[in-house]
Design a protein around this ligand. Structure first.
Ligand code: C2E
Ligand code: CA
Ligand code: CA
Ligand code: CA
Length: 278
């Protein structure tokens, strides 16, 4: 009886198997999700603080699972990354997002920038450049309207290689953003070397506006970005107080629930039609 006590490893075995099984189940389902067209994109507005107008949007993937309903990306992106499935999924995201942005442009909504998240695994794919160039050509979206979001982790492995690849991406005419800025390592050393256009202040810093200390980080990132001639976008803006603080300190754009959650394409288009602004 003692063997079945709380600290016996056997006690945890079923739970581990359950978890492993769950992973296999998700992986199998992910494989067929693309074929069955179960992914959709939601779009979250990026709003210019000077004009108050929507100037772009970030494409965020969701999985409409036949039984589980709407599955948030944190539940499958990690596994998609590990298994490499993020490569075909990411290609679908890029194509769909660019086609949507072009359609809104053609409908007369002006030049809108579409931001697309690029995972580390995609960054390492040999045909990344060719596939992005192909999507731009096939959709007809002006390259200047595409903004690729990268995280700092990408630059850790081989800096020289990363710099080279980033320059090649820039040569396509698109914009490059550093996502979740401030949460990775070596934030400062690469900023000069890398041809980036935008810093996105991580939500964790924005949510601390109100507590003196932490807001100093937001102010510093804005100053840093502007000194380096970069645009700066604050993520996760949820309140009028945060918005005013960011405006006061010269932040260029905001993104967050205060203006809008990420929404389906038709709801986003409705905001454009109504000319919704801050
Ligand atoms: P992220 O790139 O940092 O995206 C921002 C996340 O913050 C989104 O979560 C968005 O819904 C959420 N958010 C936006 N405004 C607010 C706010 O005011 N308050 C709060 N609490 N949250 C806010 P989401 O859509 O669940 O995506 C989570 C993460 O999944 C993304 O973080 C990104 O890392 C990843 N992801 C989403 N779509 C894709 C994709 O197409 N490809 C890849 N590789 N990763 C993706
Ligand atoms: Ca992002
Ligand atoms: Ca982010
Ligand atoms: Ca994040």
């Amino acid at each position: 009886a003692k063997k079945l006590g709380r600290n016996n490893t056997q006690f945890y075995q079923p739970a581990m198997n359950e978890e492993a099984l769950e992973r296999v189940r998700i992986e199998t389902a992910l494989r067929s999700a693309l074929e069955r067209d179960e992914f959709i994109l939601h779009y979250q507005p990026q709003v210019d603080l000077r004009s108050g107008r929507i100037v772009g949007m970030e494409a965020l993937i969701r999985w409409q699972h036949p039984e589980l309903g709407m599955v948030a990306p944190y539940r499958f992106i990690g596994l998609a990354e590990e298994t490499g499935l993020i490569v075909p999924i990411g290609a679908w995201v890029l194509r769909t997002a660019c086609a949507q942005a072009k359609a809104w442009q053609d409908a007369g909504h002006g030049p809108l920038r579409i931001a697309v998240n690029l995972s580390p695994r995609q960054f390492g794919e040999p045909n990344l450049l060719a596939s992005i160039a192909e999507v731009l050509e096939q959709t007809g979206l002006p390259p200047s309207c595409l903004d690729i979001e990268l995280t700092e982790g990408l630059f850790m492995n081989d800096v020289a290689l990363a710099v080279e690849l980033l320059h090649k991406l820039k040569a396509l005419g698109l914009a490059l953003s550093i996502d979740d800025f401030g949460t990775g390592y070596s934030s400062f050393s690469y900023l000069r070397k890398f041809p980036i256009d935008v810093l996105k202040i991580d939500r964790s810093f924005v949510s601390d506006i109100g507590a003196d200390d932490e807001a100093a980080i937001v102010v510093s990132i804005i100053a840093l970005a502007h000194n380096l001639k970069l645009r700066v976008i604050a993520e996760g803006v949820e309140s009028a107080a945060q918005l005013e603080y960011l405006r006061l300190h010269g932040c260029d754009e905001i993104q967050g629930y205060y203006f809008s959650q990420p929404v389906a394409g038709d709801a986003f288009e409705q905001m454009l039609i109504e000319g919704r602004n801050l």
